[in-house]
Write a protein of this length. Sequence first.
Length: 102
Amino acid sequence: MQSISVKKLYEQFEHFMVIDVREKWEWDIACISGSVHMPLKDLPAKISELDQNRTIAVICHHGSRSARAAAFLLQHGFTTVYNVVGGIDAWAREIDPSVSLC
């Protein structure tokens, strides 16, 4: 599985479909504008909504749930999937300390 830093994701954001796999209550607290909310538990049922031809970056709070989600996507035919190292926590610390409600 490939990983990507929040800095690299920020620099190339327009090239990614960013999927946030955190729970709704976490998303309500803070999220990245332009990302797609799809909780990890819902991913199997909603996988058909995703474009296998897109480059996908998966994010969660710190990176463990997104790693599981990225592995799941790879097992189901997606080929260009990245796990965002450090998750939304790293994004808030390194990119945008004012990560706001969506």
